[in-house]
Design a protein around this ligand. Structure first.
Ligand code: SAM
Length: 359
C-alpha cells in the first residue's frame, strides 16, 4: 500500500556526459567487440586506470561487451570475457571497481563458465568488489525512484551552472552514481560527506570514474566546517539525506535536519530524504509532516511515494530556509518529542560509527 506525501514542488539532480552510451546500451550484446570495447579490454588487462576512465567517459564502450562467436582464423571460440573478467584475472582492483560502477556485471560467464568474481584471488579485492556490487544494487533502486518521481524535470534551474549537490552522511555515495547514470548530459558538482573511514574509502573507489564528485571525510553535524569548506562557491541546489540512522543516532540526524540543512540551502533548493528501514517510517513520516506540514493522506500525482519494493520513503518538497525554520518553530511538540526520545548514546566520531555498515 503506497503512502504518499503531496509536495509543493520537488527534488533532484543532474550530471555530466559520462556513461551516456553505456546507458543506451545496457542490453547484453550478442555482437562482437567494437574498437572501443577492445581498447577497454586491453587497458583493463594492463591495469591502465586512466585509459579505462577515458574510454568509459568517451561513450565508445558498451556495458559487458565481450568478444563472442568463433575466431575465423583458428576456428576456436572466443573467450567471451568482458573487461571486468580481464581486470579481475589480473588483480587490477581499481579498474575493476571503476568498471562495476559504470555498470559492468560481476556475474557474467565467459566461455569457460567463469564469472569475473571467479577470477578474483585476493580477499580484499573480493570484499571491495562485493561492496561495489551492493552499490550497484542500491543504485538501481535509486534510479527507479528518481525515474518514478521524474526528478529531472523538477530540478531547480541553475542558469547554465553545474547543479550543486551535497549528500550528508553519504555512505557509499550511491546517490552520486545514480545521478550520473540517469542524467548523463547534466553538469553536476557533487560533494559526499561521511565520517567513517571505510565508507569514505569505498565511495572514493566507486566514484573514481565520475567527474565532479568529491568525497570528503568529515562530521556532517559541524556547520562551521561545512560552511568553511563547501558553501563559499554558493549553497546547494540539492541536498540528500538518505537512510540516516534515525533510531541509533537520532541526535546526529536531528541536528543535521534542524541545524545544518537550512544553512546549506538557498530559496530554490530541493531536499531528498529517504529511509531504508520500515521501522523508521513512522518516525520519518512524523518528521516530514512536522517539518513540512504535509499530511500523509494528501497524495496527488506529483506526490512523494513510499516505494514498497525498495523500502524507501521519498519526499520531495520545495523548501525555503524560511519555510523550514517556520515549520520547525511551528512544531515545538515534534521537536520536544524527538529530543525526548534521543538515546543517551555517544555521538558519532567517538565510537558509534565504526560498527555501522551498509544495511
Ligand atoms: C545508515 S548509513 C546511510 C548511508 C547512505 N546515506 C546510504 O543511504 O547508503 C548512515 C551513514 O551516516 C554516517 N554518519 C553517521 N554520523 C555521521 C556524522 N556525524 N557525520 C557524517 N557522517 C555520519 C555513517 O558513517 C553512515 O555511513
Amino acid at each position: 500500500m503506497p503512502h504518499s506525501y503531496s509536495e509543493k514542488s520537488v527534488i533532484m539532480a543532474a550530471s555530466p556526459s559520462f556513461m551516456k552510451d553505456i546507458q543506451l546500451n545496457t542490453a547484453r550484446q550478442k555482437y562482437s567487440e567494437t574498437d572501443g570495447d577492445l581498447r577497454l579490454r586491453q587497458a583493463a588487462a594492463v591495469g591502465d586506470l586512466g585509459e579505462v576512465l577515458r574510454l568509459l567517459r568517451s561513450g565508445q564502450c558498451r556495458v559487458d561487451a565481450a568478444q563472442k562467436g568463433t575466431n575465423p582464423e583458428t576456428g576456436k571460440p572466443y573467450t567471451a570475457r568482458t573487461a571486468l573478467h580481464t581486470a579481475a584475472m589480473k588483480d587490477h582492483e581499481a579498474v575493476a571497481v571503476a568498471l562495476m560502477s559504470a555498470g559492468w556485471s560481476l556475474f557474467l560467464k565467459d566461455s569457460d563458465g567463469n564469472t569475473p568474481q571467479d577470477y578474483v584471488k585476493s580477499e580484499t579485492m573480493k570484499q571491495h568488489l562485493l561492496g561495489a556490487f551492493v552499490a550497484q544494487s542500491v543504485n538501481q533502486g535509486l534510479k527507479s525512484i528518481f525515474n518514478s518521481m521524474q526528478l529531472e524535470q523538477k530540478l531547480p534551474d541553475t542558469a547554465g551552472k553545474p547543479l550543486r549537490v551535497i549528500s550528508l552522511a553519504c555512505g557509499i555515495a550511491a546517490d552520486a552514481l545514480a545521478l550520473h547514470q540517469l542524467y548523463p548530459d547534466k553538469s553536476i558538482e557533487f560533494v559526499g560527506i561521511d565520517n567513517d573511514d571505510e565508507q569514505i574509502a569505498d565511495s572514493k573507489r566507486l566514484c573514481v570514474a565520475m567527474p565532479g564528485v568529491r568525497i570528503v571525510k568529515g562530521d556532517a553535524t559541524d556547520l562551521k566546517w561545512l560552511q568553511n569548506n563547501f558553501t563559499s562557491e554558493g549553497k546547494f541546489d540539492l541536498i540528500f539525506l538518505r537512510q540516516p540512522n534515525f533510531f541509533d543516532q537520532k541526535d546526529v540526524f536531528f541536528t543535521i535536519i534542524q541545524d545544518i540543512i537550512p544553512h546549506l540551502m538557498h530559496s530554490e533548493s530541493r531536499l531528498f530524504i529517504s529511509t531504508y528501514h520500515r521501522i523508521e517510517l513512522e518516525f520519518v513520516s512524523l518528521l516530514i509532516e512536522g517539518l513540512y506540514g504535509i499530511p500523509e493522506s494528501e497524495g496527488d500525482s506529483s506526490s512523494c511515494t513510499l516505494n514498497e519494493q525498495e523500502g524507501y520513503l521519498t519526499c520531495g518538497v520545495k523548501l525555503t530556509p524560511d519555510r523550514y525554520s517556520a515549520l520547525l518553530g511551528a512544531h515545538p511538540e515534534l521537536k520536544n518529542q524527538l529530543k525526548a526520545e534521543e538515546s543517551p548514546r555517544p555521538r558519532p566520531c567517538e565510537e558509534d560509527v565504526s560498527s555501522m555498515r551498509l544495511a
